[in-house]
Design a protein around this ligand. Structure first.
Ligand SMILES: Nc1ncnc2c1ncn2[C@@H]1O[C@H](COP(=O)(O)OP(=O)(O)OP(=O)(O)O)[C@@H](O)[C@H]1O
Ligand SMILES: [Mg+2]
Length: 250
């Protein structure tokens, strides 16, 4: 469903991504982890056609998109939904208008529009907030509205940029459960960027670790748990150490 072949991204001569290759089969959940600034969000923006690679090829459903013009990319973006790191809601639109953004030009009655919005909000565990403005929502609610807006487009691929960051453990688990459910119910292919190692291991078919713009490791959850690869181990342990420091501090 998705494939990156030897992708490089060098804005202003800065190496952001270099020689990145991986592929994701239909219905799989591919998780990308890595330290801040490793290039994770950049990979998602490339797959969604928001930026173009300086080298390599990007295939979405067998179409090579890196040479596509804006018109063709709009078609691709109907297939590939993005849940942004910062929710990226339209602040001047209500929750309903945000969620139903994809249907704004459809010839449907107001009642039908409201019903579709309510049904979609229900999927992400929200009800009765249609007429609120984004500024009246908590961070977790904003993230879920952002997810609802992406689901509304019925995409075949969903890209999630840190869907659980800043959320409490209960809401985080709800979101992770949703990512799995969307795969089971709709066969959605997912790429998830996260710092949450436990969450990643719970949902992933494959995990990639990105380091300084290169893929340092790709493997299944089983492989990553049993690997003797030093970088992967220190990465996993680094996160655990970090976590235990946090709980000590609490
Ligand atoms: N157009 C650009 N010009 C210059 N530098 C860029 C550009 N786009 C991205 N970068 C740099 O590339 C690096 C990777 O950015 P990216 O947002 O992909 O990181 P990330 O892995 O998502 O980090 P985080 O975990 O903090 O979100 C950063 O150092 C960023 O400043
Ligand atoms: Mg990022």
């Amino acid at each position: 469903m998705l494939e990156l072949r030897d992708v490089g991204y060098y804005p202003d001569g800065i190496t952001v991504l270099d020689g990145v290759s991986f592929s994701v089969k239909k219905g799989q959940i591919f998780v990308i982890m890595g330290t801040s600034g490793a290039g994770k969000s950049t990979i998602l923006r490339l797959i969604n056609g928001l930026i173009k690679p300086d080298r390599g090829e990007i295939f979405v459903d067998r179409e090579e998109i890196s040479g596509y013009n804006e018109k063709k990319l709009i078609e691709i973006r109907k297939k590939v939904g993005m849940v942004f790191q910062s929710a990226a809601l339209f602040d001047s639109l209500t929750v309903a208008e945000n969620v139903g953004f994809a249907w704004r030009k459809d010839r449907i009655s107001q009642a039908e529009f409201r019903k579709r919005v309510a049904d979609t909000l229900k999927v992400v565990g929200l009800e009765g907030i249609e007429d609120r403005m984004p500024s009246e929502l908590s961070g977790g609610m904003k993230k879920r509205v952002g997810l609802a807006r992406a689901i509304a487009m019925r995409p075949e691929v969903l890209l999630y940029d840190e869907p659980t960051s800043g959320l409490d453990p209960v809401t985080s688990n709800t979101i992770l459960g949703l990512i799995k459910e969307l795969r089971q119910k709709l066969g959605v292919t997912s790429v998830v960027v996260t710092h949450d190692m436990q969450g990643a291991l719970a949902i992933a078919d494959q995990v990639a670790i990105l380091s300084q713009g290169k893929i340092a490791y790709v493997g299944t959850v089983e492989e990553i748990k049993n690997t003797s690869d030093k970088l992967v181990k220190s990465f996993i342990n680094g996160l655990e150490v970090h976590e235990s420091h946090l709980s000590e501090a609490r």
